[in-house]
Write a protein that binds this ligand. Structure first.
Ligand SMILES: NC(=O)c1ccc[n+]([C@@H]2O[C@H](COP(=O)([O-])OP(=O)(O)OC[C@H]3O[C@@H](n4cnc5c(N)ncnc54)[C@H](OP(=O)(O)O)[C@@H]3O)[C@@H](O)[C@H]2O)c1
Length: 342
């Protein structure tokens, strides 16, 4: 069936300025890391994307390696762009990244100019786009001069392949270095993409959040739901088909009785706020305005709908924040710690 976006979509979302730039991002953005590969029916992917856009979610985040197989999420989104979103391209911010392993041999990962530019060209082909809005260095490369990786981003922007440059999982010090190089090159760093959730607070302890505010760089926090742990999903056991059963990025050993007790307490607190736990977890990431957008994933359109409802209550009392800190123990859910400690 032909898709027409809902007329009231922009009344259903709020938009926040991305650092000191001209761009606003939806408070909630959709990422296509999981559930957009060959293991998911196309109709499900299409329904998730349509539901997102109908809720005013104008930002879709991809990377070269999203799938499985790697590249297939970009191909799927390219199909959806052609079938559904073609009239809305200028209403969207579409991002991609390069940094993780994408092809064999010495030029298929990390941060060389050779890899970054070739990977960006491959992404554009899969997406069927002339340009992406944001192109990221997906991870800091300790063996490539940072100047080279940033020159690659600058080249990607100057050559029209992307409108803006971003970095992901760089720590505070590396972010300062990267931002200074990009500034000198004349391509400011628009945005940083770190992991961040109630259960994973490295952006606070590392000082990254303060650094981004200081430098006027926007931020989009990925895995705000800790891959689904911060939802009601696992409260009564591990359901079939959930991410923890898939042997991918969420290790079921993290979901212990002790973890479930604290998730249960957070869930009760969310209920007193008139929210679902997913909504409270997203609101927590967005609290105080320090983070521009919360980057969620979804396996069903109903999850997008639930998450989008977070914007109805983004405020916390001081007492609520203290209670969340008391209940929530940091969990071993930061799979990206190695990149941000380099
Ligand atoms: N830059 C990087 O290095 C990096 C790394 C990771 C992710 N990311 C980006 O961040 C995006 C989000 O990551 P993520 O998918 O791990 O984020 P997440 O939002 O923490 O987790 C998404 C998962 O939570 C569950 N879920 C979502 N909404 C729900 C709801 N309302 N009720 C119950 N369960 C719900 C679903 O699990 P089920 O599938 O079990 O239903 C869904 O797949 C990625 O797509 C990607 O764009 C970036």
């Amino acid at each position: 069936m032909t898709y027409t976006a809902r007329d009231d979509r922009y009344d259903r979302m709020i938009y926040r300025r991305c650092g000191r730039s001209g761009v606003k991002l939806p408070a909630i953005s959709l990422g296509l890391w999981h559930n957009f590969g060959h293991d998911t029916p196309h109709a499900t992917k299409q329904a998730i994307c349509r539901t997102a856009f109908d809720h005013g979610i104008t930002h879709f985040d991809l990377a070269n390696n999203y799938g499985p197989p790697a590249g297939s999420a970009e191909e799927a989104f390219g199909d959806i762009l052609r079938s559904d979103f073609r009239p809305y391209r200028d209403e969207m911010i579409i991002s991609s990244k390069a940094g993780y392993e994408m092809w064999d041999g010495p030029y298929g990962e990390w941060g060389s100019r050779k890899y970054m530019v070739a990977s960006c060209d491959q992404s554009l082909k899969r997406l069927g786009l002339d340009y992406v809005d944001i192109f990221y260095s997906h991870r800091f490369d300790p063996d490539t001069p940072l100047e080279e990786t940033m020159q690659a981003l600058d080249h990607i922007v100057r050559s029209g392949r992307a409108l803006y440059a971003g970095i992901s999982s760089y720590n505070s010090q590396r972010t300062r270095e990267a931002a200074a190089i990009l500034k000198d090159l004349g391509t400011p760093c628009l945005i940083h993409q770190p992991s961040y959730s109630i259960l994973n607070r490295w952006v606070e302890t590392d000082g990254l959040k303060d650094t981004l505010a200081d430098l006027g760089i926007g931020s989009i926090a990925f895995t705000p739901l800790a891959q689904g742990i911060l939802t009601k999903k696992y409260l009564n056991g591990i359901p079939d088909g959930s991410r923890a059963t898939q042997g991918k990025s969420l290790d079921r050993s993290v979901i212990t009785d002790r973890a479930l007790a604290s998730i249960g307490a957070l869930n009760a607190m969310a209920e007193t706020r008139g929210q679902t736990l997913a909504q409270m977890a997203i609101a927590w990431v967005l609290r105080g305005g320090g983070i521009t957008s919360a980057l969620i994933g979804a396996s069903k359109p109903e999850q997008v709908e639930d998450c989008a409802g977070a914007i109805r209550n983004l405020d916390f009392t001081a007492d609520e924040l203290v209670r969340i800190d008391a209940i929530a123990e940091e969990k071993d859910v930061n799979l990206w710690a190695k990149s941000s400690s380099a």
